[in-house]
Write a protein that binds this ligand. Structure first.
Ligand SMILES: *[C@@H]1O[C@H](CO)[C@@H](O)[C@H](O)[C@H]1NC(C)=O
Ligand SMILES: *[C@@H]1O[C@H](CO)[C@@H](O)[C@H](O)[C@H]1NC(C)=O
Ligand SMILES: *[C@@H]1O[C@H](CO)[C@@H](O)[C@H](O)[C@H]1NC(C)=O
Ligand SMILES: *[C@@H]1O[C@H](CO)[C@@H](O)[C@H](O)[C@H]1NC(C)=O
Ligand SMILES: *[C@@H]1O[C@H](CO)[C@@H](O)[C@H](O)[C@H]1NC(C)=O
Ligand SMILES: *[C@@H]1O[C@H](CO)[C@@H](O)[C@H](O)[C@H]1NC(C)=O
Ligand SMILES: *[C@@H]1O[C@H](CO)[C@@H](O)[C@H](O)[C@H]1NC(C)=O
Ligand SMILES: *[C@@H]1O[C@H](CO)[C@@H](O)[C@H](O)[C@H]1NC(C)=O
Length: 292
């Protein structure tokens, strides 16, 4: 007997919208970048660091290549134009950091007598920075025309490479009155300090205080695609660097983009139910149909 076969076809249309909080193994390579760069990191005594910084605990693609930090104990250091700086403070809200030259840390007598050069495409001096002038290897006998009162009381001695030398530090007014002596010193070095500390130095002209004021560092403002990074973060992404195209990139849940995560429009079957989804979340829709 032939049974009448009743075929019931039922179609189900299921739209599932899934936030990409599914296990990591289902996620794309792009999402790995997003995840890797989502957390902040610590380096030395600095906490809660993020783009443009990267280093031992954070992959290079989560930062900008020139903002690599080295971390050892309580000390974080950055290299700017081949010169090492100790990083004392980082402020992400105004893109500023406070640094001191590593060779001048607690030391007024560096082995290499040279100026620092700050990469001006990546950094600006903070508005509160001041150029302190140090004179090295000055003659011990002063020009006869100078009386004792003309000799600045900012003298300090260094022994560099086994050579004793007489040195001076100078701020604003002192510089003008001491022109004659200083012309006879072998080298001049400009060391940035905080302008607010010039008075502190002038009030106490000892080499100990000189070191303390230098160790307080000076301010820099970084320029590492700051506005792109701001926009990227606002769109829900994490800032990073595309090591192959060598440029800024914004890591989003669904991949990386040049500046911001894309906004996506998901169309429900009913037009009035469309959703504008921002934040780079990955939305997946599955259309499943089967028959019984
Ligand atoms: C860490 O930094 C982020 C942004 O850089 C900021 O929103 C957050 O408040 C900071 N957290 C702490 C504990 O400082
Ligand atoms: C960071 O900079 C902002 C803006 O200049 C300022 O309001 C804030 O106090 C600074 N944070 C720290 C920890 O200095
Ligand atoms: C000290 O010696 C180093 C290495 O030879 C040299 O590069 C440097 O210029 C010397 N410093 C001074 C102040 O002569
Ligand atoms: C450092 O810079 C000052 C001012 O620009 C300059 O006069 C001096 O010669 C420089 N010193 C060295 C060692 O290059
Ligand atoms: C300090 O000197 C550097 C060059 O050595 C210069 O670029 C900078 O503008 C100077 N800063 C101030 C506050 O004069
Ligand atoms: C530096 O050395 C000279 C000569 O050795 C000495 O007369 C002078 O007192 C010393 N200056 C300081 C600040 O120690
Ligand atoms: C001068 O500064 C040094 C180092 O900061 C400090 O130890 C010393 O007490 C100060 N001297 C005076 C007279 O303020
Ligand atoms: C990032 O900044 C660099 C230099 O300021 C600029 O050449 C580049 O176009 C910027 N990247 C993006 C994605 O805008």
């Amino acid at each position: 007997m032939q049974l009448l076969r009743l075929t019931i076809s039922v179609s189900f249309l299921i739209i599932t919208i899934t936030l990409c909080q599914i296990p990591r193994c289902f996620c794309s390579v792009g999402e790995k970048y997003y995840t890797d760069c989502s957390s902040s990191f610590d380096c030395g005594n600095l906490k809660n660091l993020s783009y443009p910084f990267w280093g031992p605990n954070r992959p290079a693609y989560c930062g900008h290549p020139d903002f690599k930090l080295s971390c050892s104990g309580e000390v974080a250091e950055i290299t700017i134009m081949f010169e090492s700086f100790r990083v004392l403070e980082v402020n992400n809200s105004d893109y500023s950091l406070r640094v001191v030259r590593t060779d001048f840390w607690n030391n007024a007598c560096p082995t290499l007598i040279m100026n620092n050069t700050i990469y001006c495409t990546l950094f600006d001096y903070g508005s509160d920075s001041y150029n302190l002038t140090l004179f090295y290897d000055c003659p011990s006998s002063l020009p006869l025309s100078l009386s004792d009162s003309d000799v600045p009381s900012t003298q300090f001695n260094c022994s560099i490479n086994g050579t004793e030398m007489i040195d001076y530090f100078m701020t604003g007014d002192m510089l003008e009155s001491a022109d004659e002596i200083m012309g006879t010193c072998k080298s001049t070095v400009i060391v940035p300090i905080l302008e607010s500390h010039v008075k502190v130095l002038e009030a106490n002209l000892t080499v100990e205080n000189l070191k303390a004021v230098i160790d307080n560092g000076f301010g820099l403002k970084w320029k590492a695609n700051n506005s792109q990074c701001y926009d990227c973060q606002k769109s829900g992404g994490h800032c990073g660097y595309d090591l192959s195209s060598e440029g800024f990139t914004c890591f989003c849940r669904d991949g990386s983009f040049p500046s911001t995560c894309r906004s996506m429009v998901i169309q429900y079957p009913y037009p009035h139910h469309s959703l504008l989804l921002e934040g780079g979340y990955l939305y997946k829709s599955h259309r499943l149909t089967w028959s019984v």
